[in-house]
Design a protein around this ligand. Structure first.
Ligand SMILES: NC(=O)C1=CN([C@@H]2O[C@H](COP(=O)(O)OP(=O)(O)OC[C@H]3O[C@@H](n4cnc5c(N)ncnc54)[C@H](OP(=O)(O)O)[C@@H]3O)[C@@H](O)[C@H]2O)C=CC1
Ligand SMILES: O=C(O)C1=N[C@H](C(=O)O)C[C@H](O)C1
Length: 233
């Protein structure tokens, strides 16, 4: 498969390594708002760029009929526009806040635990995410997806960074050098605590998941999620 990388930073470089191992060819590495891209050469594009660049890259690919996988976080105010563009162009698009198999299993566990907690008013929920110091957005996309999993299954209505009011999930974002990504969901009562935690040891899981999603989406049309790719519930 011919793959174009939008964003050739920490993730772009890791994806390149894994894609080559899986016999794909990297036909373009795009780091800025490039205008001279040969879209006819590209089977699928993978975007791990920056919050202010992701939507433009997705739009460009969809308008040139190139399926696009995006893992960039911090641009979700434009997600619905991307969905509309995909439909209008009969294209193919996946956004995931986290492409690793482990985190996608963790999302399922989080939803299951939230369902159990829906009728247990003595527990209150909180989340913590820890990432490396170069991360531009907070809270992480993964923490937002986890919060949405709780909101969908309980009477929590919203999430908030740091302090939170009634029926709001507080999310703490910490930045520590060289931390690929750690997410904890905690439930506290007067008498005990229950915690579930995912710790990424490196970026390989994210990158492998993105390449698997790229392999999966070719020749499909529609807006998909990692649940579709991994065939989860
Ligand atoms: N969904 C997931 O599983 C994961 C998501 N992420 C997310 O992916 C994104 C990238 O992460 P990471 O690789 O660590 O970040 P980096 O900062 O290492 O890389 C981002 C790259 O994007 C480039 N860039 C800037 N503007 C554009 C543009 N207009 N078009 C294309 N590329 C551009 C930057 O170039 P330059 O340096 O020249 O500005 C840089 O090389 C982040 O949003 C992060 O949160 C990260 C890991 C996993
Ligand atoms: O910026 C990162 O590094 C990561 N970003 C994603 C997020 O915001 O959740 C996924 C992963 O945690 C690493």
């Amino acid at each position: 498969m011919n793959i174009a990388l939008f964003g050739y930073g920490k993730m772009g470089k890791m994806i390149e390594k894994i894609a080559i191992k899986r016999n794909h060819i990297i036909v373009a590495k795009i780091d800025l708002d490039a205008t001279d891209i040969n879209f006819s050469d590209i089977d699928v594009a993978i975007d791990f760029s920056m919050p202010n660049a992701a939507f433009g890259n997705i739009k460009n690919c969809l308008e040139h009929n190139v399926p696009i996988i995006s893992g960039t976080t911090g641009w979700l105010q434009d997600y619905q526009k991307a969905v509309e563009l995909c439909k209008k162009n009969n294209g193919a698009f996946i956004y995931a806040s986290n492409f690793s198999l482990g985190v996608n299993l963790f999302f399922e566990l989080n939803s299951y635990l939230a369902k159990l907690m829906a009728s247990q008013d003595q527990y209150s929920v909180a989340m913590e995410e820890i990432h490396h110091t170069q991360k531009l957005d907070a809270p992480s996309g993964t923490a937002i997806t986890l919060a949405e999993g709780v909101i969908d299954n309980t009477d929590y209505a919203n999430w908030k960074l740091d302090s939170a009011g009634d029926r709001e999930i507080p999310i703490t974002a910490k930045r520590i050098a060289d931390t690929p990504g750690t997410h904890t969901v905690s439930y506290e009562s007067e008498v005990d605590s229950i915690e579930i935690k995912h710790t990424a040891h490196n970026r390989e899981g994210f990158a492998l998941g993105a390449v698997i999603a790229a392999e999966w989406i070719v020749r499909k049309t529609g807006v998909f999620t990692m649940k579709d790719v991994l065939n989860l519930s």
